[in-house]
Write a protein that binds this ligand. Structure first.
Ligand code: ATP
Ligand code: MG
Length: 480
């Protein structure tokens, strides 16, 4: 319980609250100490003196009329008549409530002495008639004088006594202490409430993170509220979701790679077995083995390239390229291949185009894959168009063929690794389904875009858009 309250975020909140409250109480107490309570007594004493001076002529006149102080006690008691109900000072609230007013209330007192300094009257009835005036009153005593002689002294004792002022001060301090205690209790409750609101989701996130770190799948956390904690929980769920997807992709990738390696290896195994059994001529076996080894080597090269690109290890070597010369050269290289398949391979380029900044080898790799795909899928006697044009600030390359096209279901997947719309057909022609995945990676590395437009029986066109370079101009040796 103690650990629950004082440990973790809840404890930190509680500690912060308590520190703030203690500081506040300290500051308030200090301020109360600074209130000049002693001044109240000084002022009360001054006022008493003035009262005494004002009352003195009244008592002198009384003495002249009465001729003695004999009835003085009766007279002074008139000053201490109890207050009528409606004027009684009985505060009902706060720190003054516990004060015993009948004893401590501001009740003024009048003491009269005769010329020999003996008490003749005391409204407070604390001194007896005939006793000497105690020395503590002597300083505030006012002389009662007739024209020629002193007839006595008058002392006016204020009801605002030091005890009363002490009560006032203690009341202040007690109130602050009680207030502080109450505030601390409220802080405890508030911190418990806040702890539940803040620490609970954090604990939930923590245990979910532990589950994730063990590699296990995680049940999505409930998102409570739209505050930062809610957002954090949502982000955590998204992250867990992304991790799960990544995990599945990785599993799929490993399965795909195993599958891709297995096929050429099986063929190689069959070939070697046939060779051992003497069923297949050596020359034929060698050619077949050579083909499969080449397939494996290419697959490994492609995978290496992709993993390099994924981990940011693939460095581009950009240079200024003249798109027109670049395309014409590519078409020329592929012409022999196209003619062998009786496909009409044509370049569609304007006279000039702005230069682009790109890694020529990587860009050629992308275009080669697009052209080889197009030549693979274009029918005998068909046509493949390779072109480039300027569009806004970009140079758009395209490769188009009049082959069977790509179905709507296959279209969103053609850039995925190992994806083949028609596995049997691609397998025959040696494709592993990595070409377009690599093309997309390389184009993205160039900050470019790649997309495809196709529908069955319509020409299939792949596009690549790259930013044209602001520093365009004639290139001394833009292409090999
Ligand atoms: P690789 O390029 O690795 O040798 P591949 O050519 O099969 O193998 P990609 O270039 O990535 O792989 O193409 C993926 C798939 O997209 C192909 O298998 C094919 O189904 C489809 N595809 C690509 N280009 C075309 C096209 N011009 N016409 C029809 N389908 C195409
Ligand atoms: Mg390909």
């Amino acid at each position: 319980m103690f650990k629950r309250i004082f440990g973790g975020i809840g404890g930190q909140l509680l500690r912060s609250f308590l520190i703030v409250i203690l500081i506040s109480i300290g500051v308030l107490s200090f301020i109360v100490q600074q209130i000049p309570f002693h001044r109240i007594n000084e002022i009360a004493a001054q006022m008493s003196q003035r009262q005494a001076l004002q009352l003195a002529p009244l008592f002198v006149s009384y003495y002249e009329l009465a001729g003695s102080w004999d009835q003085a006690q009766t007279l002074v008691e008139q000053f201490n008549q109890p207050l009528p109900e409606n004027l009684a000072f009985e505060p009902k609230v706060g720190f003054l409530r516990n004060v015993n007013w009948s004893e401590t209330l501001i009740t003024n007192r009048i003491i009269i002495t005769d010329a020999t300094n003996r008490v003749v009257a005391d409204s407070g009835k604390l001194l007896t008639v005939g006793q000497r005036l105690p020395t503590e009153f002597e300083t505030q005593a006012v002389l009662l004088e007739q024209e020629t002689a002193v007839i006595g002294q008058l002392v006016f004792v204020s009801g605002i006594t030091p005890e009363f002022v002490g009560l006032l001060r203690n009341g202040f301090v007690r109130t602050i202490m009680w207030g502080g205690g109450l505030a601390a209790a409220i802080a405890l409750l508030a911190s418990m409430f806040l702890t539940r609101r803040i620490a609970q989701p954090v604990r939930q996130l923590n245990s979910a993170a532990r589950v994730l770190s063990t590699g296990a799948a995680m049940v999505p956390l409930t998102v409570s509220g739209t505050d930062e904690i809610g957002e954090l929980t949502q982000s955590f769920n998204d992250m867990a979701d992304a991790l799960e997807k990544q995990k599945q992709l990785r599993r799929q990738l490993v399965a795909d790679i195993a599958h891709e390696l297995r096929t050429p290896l099986s063929i190689m195994q069959l070939n070697v077995e046939a060779l051992e059994d003497g069923l297949q001529p050596q020359k034929e076996t060698a050619v077949s083995l050579h083909t499969e080894i080449a397939t494996l080597a290419r697959l490994i090269d492609d995978l290496r390239l992709l993993s390099l690109a994924d981990t940011g290890g693939l460095r581009l070597e950009p240079e200024l390229i003249d798109p027109v010369a670049f395309l014409l050269h590519l078409v020329q290289v592929w012409q022999v291949n196209a003619q062998a398949k009786q496909i009409n391979l044509l370049a569609e380029v304007p006279g000039t185009l702005p230069n682009i900044q790109a890694d020529q080898g990587r860009l050629a790799q992308v275009m080669n894959n697009l052209i080889s795909n197009a030549l693979r899928y274009a029918p005998t006697g068909g046509q493949v168009l390779v072109g480039a044009k300027e569009s806004g600030s970009e140079i758009v390359f395209w490769v188009s063929d009049n082959g069977p096209g790509i179905s709507a279901e296959a279209l969103p997947h053609v850039f995925e690794r190992f994806y083949r719309a028609d596995p049997s057909r691609s397998r025959e022609s040696g494709g592993s389904g990595l070409g377009l995945a690599i093309a997309r990676r390389l184009v993205l590395l160039h900050n470019g875009r790649i997309w495809v437009e196709s529908s069955p029986e319509q020409p299939t066109t792949f596009y690549i858009a790259l930013k044209s370079s602001p520093a365009s101009g004639p290139l001394p040796s833009a292409h090999p």
